[in-house]
Design a protein. Sequence first.
Length: 541
Amino acid sequence: MLRNALTASRPARVAAAVGATVLALALGACGSDGSGGPDGSSDSSAAPGGGLPNGTPKKGGALTMVVASVGSSFDPAIQQLNAFTESGPMSAIYGATLYQLAGDPKVRPGFVKSFTPSPDFKSWTAVLNPDIKFSDGTPFDAAAIAYNIERSADPATGSIFRLVAQGMKTTVVDPLTLKIDLEAADAQFDKQFMIAFGCIGSPTAMKALGTEFRTKPVGAGPFKLRSLTPGQSMEVERNPYYSSFAKDQPYLDSVTFQAVGSYPQQIAALQNGSAQVMFASGQQIIDQLKTSGLNNYSFQSIGGGSYLFNTRKAPFDDPAAREAVVLALNRATAANVFAPGTPPVTNFFPDSNPFHDNKNDYVAQNKERAQQLFDELAGKGKPVEFEFLFQSNFPDSVNTAQGIQAQLSTYQNVKVTVKGEPGANQLASMRAGNYQMTQYGLYSQNAVPDGVNQFGTGAPSNFTGWSNSTVDSAIRELHETQDAAKQKESWSKILEQLNKDNPLMFVNQGVLGFAASKDITGIQLIGLGFIPLFGPLGYAS
């Protein structure tokens, strides 16, 4: 672990480094036949799923996906399918109960062939496809999904989906049918289920391995673990049982997830043939992909790159300290450092989104008011002193830490130190609440439940610890209706409180992308468009 004692009152150069990408939390990716009605989904100019080559590949071959960093844990109760450090391996090993194609709000069938609600939306029934097995040969059935839900509900598991799971009662109707009763009506539960239980692990392996399951994951996806070197590489090989679910899949023999220093190096790896696929974030890199000669896809999400404040710890347990930092920083400057060339984000919803409303635009920089707040806090014996946690092995994150210090160095009564950790470690620290301020990408495909999962009390992606009763009430309203006008009203209540309490500061637009070499086909991108379904992926004939 690298600790740098740099302060805002004394600007210093942060050493350049290479490695991990800013983590993108895109929660909507692991789907049913129903589309779920108006939901404020983000738009894409490309066809659903990426609009990339989608033919039938030839059988065989090894593929390399270059990534910023390889995670050290792949437990579906703790990890999220679309966090950059774990998304590729999670998709390959676990497949998907349900999923969404990029740019399409429709929830589609995976291992679960139908997922239907009762008329009052208080219960949902999942019907599985037959003959699915985990890579250890045990059955992927209704009881297996029920076990994963119960495991997440157990506080001892440490699941980020614990509060979601605790509100569910499961009944195994038969080996292929699971009935789920909810505490309250939820018209959006197909997407919530997709997020929390899109990836299901083998109960047999979970019971036998305990915490070792995190580094020895067993799923029913197209591939199974061959080797893992955390932070560096992961190799997966064909799951022989997967073809009973999807005939002839996977087409590839193996996939290697290889950590490669920076985006330019990753692009070069695809161009010279040492790798075949990659994903990225930031307008500058997306523009490079468009002129790289590679097949590529880009997407603008709801949300964006953000600075998170830990509202459970000083100094940011005081709303005035959070407001002071938000008003002190220039969003355009911060955006360009966070993701070079990317415009600042001015609203939680992009202009094209049906839930966009100018009255919910973020506050502009106000240096005078920021300094006044810093001075008032210091006068109360509460000077704003904090540590900024960044990813030590990713240049843009290093630059972000330097940028925070540079901007705040122009103010009195504020002091910043910075601490660098490798990408997977930073993610773990953030999830555990072991930080004061950090950098994170909160990117969402769906307004509900993806977006609200960032703001509700105890919600899966609420890493700030923020709790607001008005927000919680508005979130309940969102889950109870499919009426777009009512949803927009509820979102206005949430965003009004967000702009008042400042538990986080959105900085840059969520511009995400994917690229593949010309010899790759069968590309079906899911979620926010930077991860493919690995079963149909392969080399063109």
